[in-house]
Design a protein around this ligand. Structure first.
Ligand code: FEO
Ligand code: CA
Ligand code: CA
Ligand code: CA
Length: 674
């Protein structure tokens, strides 16, 4: 029997070299198998996926662009379990779809239409492959497979009815023609990072939702240039903005018209049009994966932005819960929600998970992070009481308005603008919270005068360079870093914290004075960290990349790290120029035993999402958008696809590349990474 239990002090595998093969390459002694790909049928009566662009019925198939996911064990009788490691549900985000000029071309026989209007037959497929899926996974002998006819399987799409909850429920800002009382909306969109609550439900973060909506020219005037225009501009929908896929052009039916975020009606409160439709997106959305008929719920108390993951503080009986979150856009913020209600251990396995969600997530305070140059930081509450009277860009009506427009509230209190906060994750024993800051092309040593987007480096975002090799093709912080923070006294409700940088992404041959600050070797180097998940079994920090800066050398990858703690390293001064030097704090440098590359993915993919069975012996991860660089014009010639994965790994029909989940096991039956 394998006796490797407990947290690791040393990684137990040999590092995988960087590479550009069109396959999953992983550490020796491990096996990876494809188990769940775009289009796979989720009911007994759904046809097998032909993968040639003629498939339909996407509301009963796996969605596209598999992203974050969480694991929910099932006992042998099909009840919720916290220990079963041979059967369970995966709740998964289907973030987006591989497109070029409007069309999601791998879904359509001839690649689809690249001009407006889009045909409804194409749009209906594209809408349905977005959202969330729940799929049952089962081990038979030593082989894992998904269960096609499981009663737990379900799909949520961009049109499924979803409830609104929390402070903005029923608020004027949420009223639409679809929900005149502001309590519901349709769909969840661009679902990226995830979270799992201490009461056993699933959380999904809505990221780049705004791009699916249009805003016609003339809408500013139609709105009387009111404050909604300020909010729409702040959330990426300036007047005249085109939508990513043109779904609004597929017909006059309401399911298409809702993608036009415009004031067209005459009502005072927006109940006769979709002027407020965008306010129904951008939340953390909760689901009970064990109840296939339950509705998802948007928890507005946790703020509205380009959400990634939602990481909880370690639950302590009698203390409040914190939820840490990032807003993934250049120069956006890090947030923390603190529940009004103290944690009760009796809620760990409730009969009504969504009622428990309301108890902890609908009432609480929302904070934004401000980092100081001395290695400390503050959580600034976002409320009417803390918005300075000197802030006049937007007049917040009430607390709900602050949650719906949290970016504007963050601006008002002077939060620190970060290098694209992607996933965050909580260390399973220390409770310290790690954030991937994936990259930021707007970080500049000498920002252009008058630029509203370029920012000089600061202590928490300390790097800016021309590129890894000293040329000018990539500017800013192209490689990203992983920052971590420790709330004062280990308290979820603390208003101050200490922080440092766990590791800086860099190419191993880059300058160690300004770029490769963590002295990464060829077995450790990476760029643009994105997915970040701690194993509760081994304590390993799994780091996944979504990179565009080092992809001339390697496909995206996953690394394993055993980090130390905040403050275990050194202060370092970065001499950017004669006019600018920046102090930062760098964690203890990783060694060959504490950071190494575990896996490299196929071509043109991102590695994202990670779950483990409770015994730590089975891991699932997602390969997102292999072959996304393929040209739509080459749809008829598979030899021109930039990837043919996973068909070239023996999975499924057709040669079109598909986002897919793989299952990883250790050949000796041990825990992953040991
Ligand atoms: Fe969907 Fe920020 O990655
Ligand atoms: Ca991401
Ligand atoms: Ca990313
Ligand atoms: Ca992505």
């Amino acid at each position: 029997p394998v006796v490797d239990t407990g947290a690791l002090s040393k990684l137990g595998f040999t590092a995988v070299p960087k590479g550009m093969a069109d396959k999953v390459t992983l550490a020796a002694g491990y096996t990876a198998t494809v188990v769940y790909a775009l289009g796979d049928p989720l009911t007994a009566s759904t046809a097998a996926y032909k993968n040639d662009g003629t498939d339909t019925d996407y509301g009963n198939r796996a969605g596209d662009h598999h992203d974050g996911m969480e694991w929910f064990s099932l006992g042998s009788d099909g009840s919720a379990s916290t220990t079963a490691s041979d059967r369970g549900l995966i709740a998964m985000n289907h973030e987006a779809t591989t497109d070029e000029t409007l069309s999601s071309f791998f879904l359509h026989a001839n690649g689809g239409t690249k001009t407006l209007p889009r045909p409804a037959t194409e749009v209906d497929k594209e809408v349905a492959i977005h959202g969330v899926s729940v799929v049952e996974m089962k081990k038979t002998g030593s082989a894992w497979a998904y269960v096609q006819n499981s009663a737990f399987n379900r799909r949520i799409t961009a049109l499924t009815e979803v409830d609104i909850s929390g402070p903005a429920k029923g608020h004027t800002l949420l009223k639409t023609k679809y929900s005149i009382d502001g309590t519901r909306t349709r769909g969840t969109l661009n679902n990226c990072g995830t979270g799992k609550t201490p009461w056993g439900s699933f959380l999904s973060g809505e990221e780049n939702w705004f791009g699916y909506f249009t805003r016609p020219a003339g809408d500013n005037l139609a709105r009387g240039n009111d404050k909604s225009v300020v909010a729409l501009n702040r959330y990426g929908r300036a007047e005249g903005a085109a939508s990513r896929h043109g779904w609004e052009t597929a017909g006059t039916a309401d399911i298409y018209a809702r993608w036009i975020n415009a004031k067209t009606g005459t009502s005072a409160d927006g109940t006769d049009d979709y002027r407020n439709e965008l306010n129904g997106m951008g939340y953390i959305v909760e689901m009970d994966p064990y109840k296939a008929t339950s509705r998802m719920v948007k928890r507005t108390g946790l703020g509205r932005f380009a959400h990634e993951s939602a990481a909880f503080s370690l639950p302590k009986a009698g203390e409040k819960l914190a939820v840490y979150m990032g807003d993934d856009a250049r120069n956006e913020y890090i947030y923390k929600f603190v529940s009004d209600t103290a944690w009760s251990a009796a809620d760990a396995n409730p009969t009504d998970r969504l009622a428990t969600g309301a108890k902890y997530l609908d009432n609480g305070k929302l904070y934004v992070a401000k980092f100081a140059a001395d290695g400390t930081g503050q959580w600034i509450e976002l409320s009417k009481a803390t918005i300075p009277t000197t802030y006049t860009a937007y007049a917040f009506a009430d607390e709900a308005d602050i949650r719906v427009n949290s970016r504007l509230a963050g601006d008002a209190v002077g939060a620190t603008k970060m290098d694209r906060p992607e996933w965050c994750a909580t260390h399973p024993t220390s409770g310290e919270v790690y954030f991937t800051l994936t990259n930021n092309s707007n970080r500049r040593v000498a920002p252009t005068a008058g630029s509203s987007t370029q920012l000089a480096p600061d202590s928490a975002n300390p790097r800016a360079y021309t590129d890894m090799k000293g040329t000018t093709s990539q500017q800013g912080n192209p490689n990203g870093h992983i920052l971590r923070l420790k709330d004062a006294g280990g308290s979820a409700a603390a208003l101050t914290f200490t922080w440092d940088v766990y590791v800086f992404g860099a190419q191993s041959d880059a300058d160690t004075g300004l770029v490769n600050l963590s002295n990464l070797t060829a077995d450790q180097d990476f760029s643009s960290p994105d997915g970040l998940v701690f194993s509760k079994s081994t304590g390993i920090c799994w780091i996944q990349t979504d990179d565009g800066a080092y992809t001339d050398v390697t496909n995206c990858m996953m690394l394993a790290g055993i980090p130390g703690t905040v403050g275990d390293g050194t202060k370092k001064t970065l001499p950017h120029s004669s006019a600018l030097s920046v102090d930062t704090f760098i964690g203890k440098a990783p060694t060959a035993d504490t950071l190494k590359r575990f896996l490299v993915g196929p071509k043109d993919c991102e590695i994202t999402g990670l779950v483990e069975t409770p015994d730590g012996k089975t891991m699932f991860i997602n390969i997102q958008h292999p072959g996304e660089g393929t040209k739509m014009a080459d749809i008829a010639d598979p030899t021109k696809y930039t990837s043919q994965w996973p068909s070239n790994a023996g999975y499924g029909a057709g040669k079109r590349p598909r986002s897919a989940t793989i299952v990883i096991t250790k050949n000796d039956g041990g825990r992953i990474g040991t």
